[in-house]
Design a protein around this ligand. Sequence first.
Ligand code: ATP
Length: 240
Amino acid sequence: MTLLSVTNLSASYGKIQALRQVNLHVEAGEFVAVIGANGAGKTTLLKTLSGLMQPQGGHVQLAGKSLNGLSAETRVGQGIALVPEHRQLFGGMSVKENLLMGSYSRYTRAQKAEIEADVERVYALFPILRERQNQLAGTLSGGQQQMVAIGRGLMARPRVLMLDEPSVGLAPLVVREIFRVVAALPAQGTTVLIVEQNARQILKLADRAYVLENGVVKLEGVASDLANNPVVQQIYLGHG
Ligand code: ATP
């Protein structure tokens, strides 16, 4: 089943055209990556899909229902959540409070037990967060902050979790751990759309991928095929 479907999506900042007629789809249970250089339009794509930015044109559907014109908050309720660039945590709040913020859209007394169970699920994915649950998020390492940001996204119980360059600024070992957890999410019922500059690692993990260049989808396909594509190897994997 196609969970997320994007048709002819365009977006701009004044005269700067950031996305041009982008088409992509994500099937339920897939792990899909969008790779591209600085300024390719990756963040703009996720901002537009999450409702933080209005597109110039095009259509976005989640499980066959149009998201066009819906606010970011409503989209979260429909099942599409964003783990933003630079994490954007509440630095003066604890790890657990940050996680709970992710569930605010469904936070009622009746849901309390369910929400606590979801916090436990995040701690199971990232055990260090259980140890640090009362620590202020702003005092965590970059990798731990990224784990909180992903956990907060999961607390909305999204059908699709979108991640904006979670590897930026993190040490290789931490990146590997985060990617390992993210790559396991589809099998646990959360479909993943990730944008990354780190093409080498993400193409090893993703099912399919798109190459975005100057706001245009240049290539798409099975991730392992793209990793063997000479153009991708030269430009994005630094071969030759
Ligand atoms: P990065 O890896 O640097 O985050 P990206 O692939 O996410 O890059 P975008 O941030 O989506 O790329 O940027 C796409 C284009 O839009 C670039 O040309 C960028 O300079 C421009 N752009 C992005 N944000 C703004 C803004 N707030 N105002 C004006 N132009 C912007």
